[in-house]
Design a protein around this ligand. Structure first.
Ligand SMILES: [Fe+2]
Length: 504
């Protein structure tokens, strides 16, 4: 089957519409109970990280500062994460199910202001009107769920956010990017990058290339097929190329990596159990099988080279580079596949987990001469959400910044690290402070790699406040330059994007 036929079969017209519900259909409603969660939260304030948000918007609120916020840091940190977990006494079981709430932390003249708004997806609008969940969720079985026409009917827009071509988009894994107004965060609606690809999966982890174009993938598994849709969008938002990458069998991936010349897709093997429960309830990773890895030349999307390496479960990749015929890719590798399938499942029930994040910063080495691929364990453990300074093409490992889970007494990440070869600079937050992804923000006018700030969102569970910390990225161990705190909390989220005040 050529690519055109493949694309037609899986993505055009009624075929896709009929296939889409299969993996998301649900049968039995046995959900965690809102009342039980509320009782647990009264005793365990850290559960605020997974508490439902009933409001449609928060703020705008001027944050209270501790320390001196850098005046030169001008722009908006957008953040996204699941926030609507409960309706009519029914609570989602899976963290990924909550409807997305978009946040904007505006930094200007040494001042920080926060506002947030629920993304008005079609799912959110319909369920808001009904007062209960109506539609299938990715990880919780919903009784009597309505049939869906396509993936955007269940799009929660809850995973990530980007500004691209001067526009802001809330991203999910299985459907369209949802455009929002950059200032007020009001929802504009789903984007069809190409008219024949309405509601096609556009993942939450696109990568911006140095020429201003954007690469992304969408999983065809989510449409009942197998393989990937590859997106290459110009800086104007128009597709340069859309291609399919067929693969044999299922492979899960949430993100990908990129060198100057190649895209690298690591497919983690899984199977789907029979039945009609939700997708993540039936998904089983299969550690006895290898990962399949596609290395795709940016200038020849139809000429992938496939490798096989030992099983690895990965959500997020850090940097990637090429040297001496080898491709190196670093990733936050999970040792616990059950935690990978349903992260923070105990917290969603209002319970404490075992207090460990079993990950390492592993390196995948792909030898293009021999065709061999292998994972090398990394020395740094307990990290997730790795980022790095992406401005310059690298020939060796970058400095990686990531939240760390150090103290097993903490229910979530409690520190941030700058990982630089064998040296790791760490700042440990205070007791009860939970840390999310920290974004690297270049300092204006500075070109040297690593010259920038780190901006990281926090939840201070003891004092009941959400906040934002800023570090000099070259002095992480010195602790934050300043912190900005709000008089309220909202749940922990996933990914953010810093948009400088000069419009890009
Ligand atoms: Fe992610």
């Amino acid at each position: 089957m050529d690519r055109r036929q493949f694309l037609h079969r899986f993505l055009a017209g009624s075929a896709a519409l009929a296939l889409a519900p299969r993996l998301l259909r649900a049968e039995v409603a046995v959900a965690s109970d809102s009342t039980r969660f509320a009782q647990a939260l009264a005793k365990e304030p850290w559960l605020a990280g997974w508490k439902d948000v009933a409001a449609e918007s928060l703020g705008p609120t001027v944050a209270t500062l501790e320390g001196r916020w850098p005046k030169e840091l001008a722009g908006t940190l957008y953040r996204n994460g699941p926030a609507r977990f409960e309706r009519a006494g029914f609570r989602y079981r899976h963290w990924f199910d909550g409807d997305g709430m978009l946040h904007a932390w505006r930094c200007a003249n040494g001042r920080v202001e926060h506002r947030a708004r629920m993304v008005a997806t079609s799912k959110y609008v319909r369920e808001q009107a009904a007062g209960r969940f109506l539609l299938p969720a990715a990880g919780t079985t919903i009784d009597d769920a309505l049939p869906i026409r396509n993936n955007d009917d269940v799009n929660t827009a809850n995973t990530a956010v980007i500004r691209f071509g001067g526009r802001v988009f809330a991203l999910w894994e299985g459907g369209s990017a949802i455009e929002v107004d950059a200032d007020e965060l009001r929802t504009i609606g789903p984007v069809a990058w190409r008219e024949d690809l309405v509601a096609a999966p556009f993942s939450a982890h696109p990568l911006l290339d140095r020429d201003g174009s954007l690469w992304n993938f969408g999983s065809l598994d989510l449409l009942g097929g197998s393989g990937l849709l590859l997106w290459h969008l110009g800086a104007d938002g128009k597709p340069i190329r859309v291609a399919t990458l067929p693969s044999e069998g299922h492979g899960y991936l949430h993100a990908f990596a990129m060198t100057a010349r190649h895209l690298v897709f690591v497919l983690t093997p899984y199977r789907i159990e029979e039945g009609r429960a939700a997708f993540f309830e039936r998904l089983r990773f299969t550690p006895e099988r290898p990962c399949r890895i596609a290395v795709v030349p940016k200038d020849a999307l139809d000429a992938p080279r496939w490798f096989e390496a030992d099983f690895a479960a990965v959500y997020h990749f850090a940097d990637a580079w090429e040297r001496g015929g080898e491709i190196f890719v670093r990733a936050a590798r999970h040792a616990d596949v059950e935690a990978m399938r349903s992260p923070m499942a105990a917290a969603m029930r209002g319970e404490r987990g075992d207090g460990a994040t079993r990950t390492d910063l592993a390196t995948l080495r792909l030898d293009t001469a021999t065709g061999r691929a292998r994972w090398e364990a990394g020395g740094v453990r307990g990290l997730e959400f790795p980022v790095f300074d992406t401005r310059h093409a690298a020939a060796s490992a970058a400095r990686v910044y990531a939240p760390l889970h150090l103290d097993r007494g903490s229910p979530y990440f409690d520190a941030v690290a700058a990982i630089d070869g064998e040296r790791t600079a760490i700042h440990r937050y205070g007791a009860g402070v939970l840390a999310e992804e920290h974004r690297f923000v270049p300092k204006p006018g500075r070109r040297r790699t690593g010259e920038g700030w780190l901006l990281g969102t926090l939840l201070d569970t003891r004092r009941g406040r959400s906040g934002l910390a800023v570090f000099d990225a070259e002095r992480v161990a010195d602790g934050p330059l300043a912190q900005a705190w709000l008089p309220y909390t909202f749940p922990l989220g996933f990914h953010g994007w810093f948009a400088g005040s000069a419009r890009a």
